[in-house]
Design a protein around this ligand. Structure first.
Ligand SMILES: *Cc1c(COP(=O)(O)O)cnc(C)c1O
Length: 230
C-alpha cells in the first residue's frame, strides 16, 4: 500500500494524463474506508468495489456524500439483494439470470438500476461476460427491463504481455459500443464504455473509453488480509 502522499500524487497525475477524456473510477478492493475517504479528499468522486461482503463492511464508513459507488466484480445472483440499494451502477452484468434478478430486486424497491453489459472481448473460456457476437441481443434483452437502465458496456481484456497489446481489444469494444448505441433507439443513454485498468488506462482512453477503473496505480500493490483472491 502506498503512503498518503503517493496516493495524492498518483491521483493528480492520472487525472492529468486522462485530461478529461475518461472519468477516473478508483478500484478500492482491499483498500480500507479511511484511505478511500482520503482519496475523496484528493478529488476522487467515484469508487468501484468487487466483493459484496467487503462493500457491506466498508459501506457505513465511506463518506458517501462525496462519492458514487459502482459494483465492478463478479456478482452472484443470490447477493444482488444486498447491494441493489447501495450502489449507483453495476458494471459486471454478464448473464441473463443476473439481469432477471436485478430486475426483480429493483422492482421490489421501485428503483431503476443503471448497469453495464460485460463483454468477454477476448473470448476467453475462463472469463465471464457475453461473447461479442451476442452483445447486441443481450443489450436488447436488458433494455426491455423496466427497472434496469442500460448505460453502456464494460470489458476486461486478456492479460497482456506487452504495453499496448490491449489496444486492439479496446478498439473492438469501441466499435461494438458505437454499433449498439446507434441501433438501440430505446436506449439513448448508452454513454459509458468502461475499459482500462492500471497498466493500460491511457491506451483505453485513446481508444474511446469513457471510464477507466484504476486500483494499484493509485493505491499501490494490494495486500490481501485473508486469502489471495481478486
Ligand atoms: C481490481 C480491478 C480493477 C483495477 O485493477 P488494477 O490493475 O489494480 O488497476 C479494475 N477493474 C476490475 C473489474 C477490478 O476487479
Amino acid at each position: 500500500m502506498n503512503t498518503l502522499e503517493q496516493i495524492a500524487e498518483n491521483i493528480k497525475r492520472i487525472k492529468a494524463e486522462l485530461g478529461g477524456r475518461a472519468r477516473l473510477l478508483a478500484a478500492t478492493k482491499t483498500v480500507p474506508a479511511d484511505i478511500i475517504n482520503f482519496a475523496l479528499d484528493c478529488g476522487i468522486d467515484l469508487i468501484g468495489e468487487n466483493r459484496v461482503n467487503e462493500l457491506l463492511e466498508k459501506y457505513e464508513h465511506i463518506d458517501r456524500s462525496r462519492t458514487e459507488i459502482h459494483f465492478i466484480g463478479a456478482l452472484q445472483t443470490n447477493k444482488v439483494k444486498y447491494i441493489i440499494d447501495k450502489v449507483d451502477m453495476i458494471h459486471s452484468v454478464d448473464r441473463v439470470s443476473l439481469v432477471d434478478e436485478i430486475e426483480r430486486q429493483a422492482a421490489k424497491r421501485n428503483i431503476i438500476m443503471p448497469v453495464l453489459a460485460e463483454i468477454n472481448i477476448g473470448k476467453e473460456e475462463t472469463k465471464s461476460g457475453i461473447l461479442p457476437e451476442q452483445a447486441e441481443e443481450f443489450c436488447a434483452y436488458i433494455s426491455e427491463k423496466p427497472h434496469i437502465k442500460l448505460c453502456g458496456l464494460m470489458a476486461i481484456p486478456p492479460k497482456s504481455e506487452n504495453f499496448g497489446d490491449n489496444r486492439k481489444y479496446f478498439c473492438e469494444m469501441a466499435k461494438i459500443f458505437i454499433d449498439i448505441s446507434s441501433k438501440n433507439v430505446d436506449n439513448s443513454n448508452m454513454d459509458v464504455l468502461s475499459l482500462g485498468m492500471s497498466d493500460d488506462y491511457a491506451d483505453a482512453a485513446d481508444c474511446g473509453s469513457t471510464l477507466v477503473r484504476v486500483g494499484s496505480a493509485i493505491f499501490g500493490k494490494r495486500e490481501y488480509p485473508i486469502k489471495n483472491q481478486e
